[in-house]
Design a protein around this ligand. Structure first.
Ligand code: 5GP
Length: 171
C-alpha cells in the first residue's frame, strides 16, 4: 500500500482528478504494472530534459524521475492534475504553481515502512537506502506541505485525502 496505490484509488474514486504518469530510469519491479511509469533510459531522459519536456525532474537514489509537461491539447481536460512525487520535485512544482496543494504522505513509523518495502521485495541494501532517504526528506516535506497524512490504513488515508481535496476545491 504505497503512494502509487493511494493515487490510483483517488483517481478511480473522483472523475475530476487526472493522474500524471512520470518517467523514470529505474528498472520496473517484478509485479509492477507496465503503466506505473514510462520506463526509459538515461539517454532518453536527458534528451527530454534538454528539450524542456519536464515540468520538474530529480535524481532519487541514482535514478531520474520526472513529470512530463502536460500535453497542451489536454489529456487532463480540465481535471485537477495529481502528481505522486518526492520532496525536491514538489518544491519545484510549488515554485511554478503556488496554488498547487501539497499533501505529504508519511508512513506510520520507519519500522512499518521497512516492513512494507521488504514485503514488496526490495533488496536489503535498497531498503536501507530508501529508509535513510526518507529520514532526510521528512523535515523538508513537513515544512513544505499544506497537509500531512499518515498512511496507516489505506481506506482511511484515501478518505482523508478526498476530504482535503474537497476542502481545497471549495476555497
Ligand atoms: P519509486 O522508485 O518508489 O517508484 O519512486 C521513488 C520516489 O520518486 C518516490 O518518492 C516517488 O514519489 C518519487 N517520484 C515518482 N515519480 C516522480 C516524478 O515524476 N518526479 C519526482 N520528483 N519524483 C517522483
Amino acid at each position: 500500500m504505497g503512494k502509487g496505490t493511494i493515487v490510483n484509488a483517488l483517481v478511480q474514486r473522483d472523475p475530476g482528478l487526472w493522474l500524471s504518469r512520470s518517467w523514470t530510469t529505474r528498472r520496473q519491479r517484478p509485479g509492477e504494472p507496465d503503466d506505473a511509469y514510462v520506463f526509459t533510459t538515461p539517454d532518453r531522459f536527458e534528451a527530454k530534459i534538454a528539450s524542456g519536456g519536464f515540468l520538474e525532474w530529480t535524481e532519487f537514489l541514482g535514478n531520474y524521475y520526472g513529470t512530463p509537461v502536460p500535453d497542451p491539447t489536454g489529456n487532463a481536460d480540465g481535471r485537477d492534475v495529481v502528481l505522486e512525487i518526492e520532496v525536491d520535485g514538489a518544491q519545484q512544482v510549488k515554485r511554478q504553481f503556488p496554488e498547487a496543494v501539497l499533501i505529504f504522505v508519511l508512513p506510520p513509523s520507519r519500522a512499518e515502512q521497512e516492513r512494507r518495502l521488504r514485503e514488496r521485495g526490495d533488496p536489503g541494501d535498497k531498503v536501507l537506502a530508501r529508509l535513510k532517504k526518507a529520514e532526510l526528506e521528512e523535515p523538508i516535506g513537513r515544512s513544505l506541505a499544506d497537509h500531512l497524512v499518515i498512511n496507516d490504513d489505506l481506506e482511511q488515508t484515501i478518505d482523508e485525502m478526498m476530504t482535503i481535496i474537497s476542502a481545497e476545491r471549495a476555497r
